[in-house]
Design a protein around this ligand. Structure first.
Ligand code: ADE
Length: 371
């Protein structure tokens, strides 16, 4: 179908009218604001495990380079008496992006409002939350790469010059009105920094990647959580759980609870290396921290596709997992462990993956590699 320029103009105008009409007018903003905040905001301490979440930099284990950068930035902004620069954290899920945002708010002594991009679907969602902020407060937007274009465009002037454009009137007599918003700090979090639009990325003063945790760091996280939760654990037990936690504190904290249940029901409650091993084996979590899905993914590539390369779409259909889950949850750790490789023709299982699964590796030249 050929669309004339005239038609195109009409459609663009109508789309713009719809967009503007969807913005809350200053008249009904207060009502919208309170409804949105109730529905969409997630209060920091309520949703997350209140007690074990670190509140200060001293309590927060790991990410030491980032912590040092943040301490200096916070100190400087306090001395200058200005809000902290907007921050973007990226990296695989579970590494503590939200936790760190909470720590920053606590260290500065300001409130934090937490939301996520999929909850900011309509213009009024983002406008409502921006208008509700008080000076110096932190707005945390999770999965910020999923923000839609309209929400992004509302955010740009708010981030840069602390104002937003609101509309008044209806259809023909629609007018935009420039409204100031309090000076705030946006902390964005994403598992996919590459999926962020250039203009949005450029508006962050600090962009930082969160790193996977070492076994020692995770063992410290586990011992800290165990103390708070009144769980008895020795050093070796903590290390055993740490080594099976996919280098991720969120997983470590989950596994400590499962292991504590096991220790309590089957033994005297104290977690030792042997008990941790037994408990995690019973949950099908192996010595590298892989679960059934990780192993199924590698086995599929090896057994059905001769080790790859194979496209992510094919893997998604065969495993019954959506592409985003494979990319965001499973792949980062498998890549980090050198079990999976990404090529421009798809995913390939590495020699280390064959070894881990106990499958013979056929070298390119036809010789059998033995493990
Ligand atoms: N719990 C989850 N993440 C943590 C961290 N980085 N430090 C201490 N406890 C945690």
């Amino acid at each position: 179908m050929i669309i004339s320029d005239d038609d195109k103009n009409k459609r663009q105008k109508s789309a713009r009218r719809e967009f503007l009409a969807d913005l809350p007018t200053s008249k009904h903003l207060d009502k919208e604001k309170s409804q949105n905040l109730e529905a969409k905001e997630v209060e920091f301490d309520k949703t997350y495990e209140k007690n074990i979440r670190p509140k200060t930099f001293d309590e927060y284990i790991g990410q030491s380079a980032l912590k040092e950068t943040l301490k200096i930035t916070i100190e400087a902004s306090k001395k200058r008496n200005i809000p902290l620069d907007h921050l973007l954290f990226y990296g695989p899920p579970g590494l503590g992006k939200t936790t760190l945002a909470g720590v920053i708010a606590n260290e500065i002594g300001v409130n934090i409002k937490i939301t996520s991009a999929p909850a900011l679907e309509r213009p009024r969602d983002i406008i409502g939350i921006l208008m509700s902020l008080k000076g110096g407060e932190i707005l945390f937007i999770d999965e910020i790469h999923r923000l839609n274009k309209v929400a992004e465009e509302i955010l740009y002037p708010a981030m840069e010059d602390f104002f937003i454009d609101l509309t008044t009137g209806k259809s023909q007599s629609v007018k935009t009105m420039r409204v100031p918003v309090p000076k705030f700090t946006l902390i964005g979090a994403t598992t996919k920094a590459g999926a962020l639009s250039g203009p949005l990325r450029d508006r962050f003063g600090i962009i930082h990647r969160l790193e996977f945790y070492t076994i020692e760091e995770l063992a410290d996280v586990i011992k800290r959580s165990a103390k708070i939760l009144n769980i008895k654990i020795d050093n070796e037990g903590a290390k055993e759980i740490a080594s099976r936690s996919r280098a991720t504190p969120r997983i470590a904290n989950r596994l400590i609870k499962r292991t504590a249940d096991y220790a309590l029901v089957k033994y005297d409650g104290k977690i030792t290396k042997i008990i941790a091993k037994e408990a995690l084996d019973s949950l099908c979590i192996d010595n590298l921290g892989l679960d059934n899905t990780d192993r199924a993914l590698l086995e599929l590539i090896i057994k059905n596709y001769d080790g790859g390369p194979v496209g992510i779409e094919t893997l998604s259909v065969a495993l019954g997992e959506d592409i985003r889950t494979i990319e965001d949850v499973y792949e980062p750790y498998l890549l980090q462990k050198g079990l999976l490789a990404r090529t421009n023709r798809g995913r390939r299982a590495t020699k280390a993956a064959y070894k881990h699964l106990g499958i013979d590796y056929l070298e390119q030249n036809g010789q059998m590699g033995l493990f």
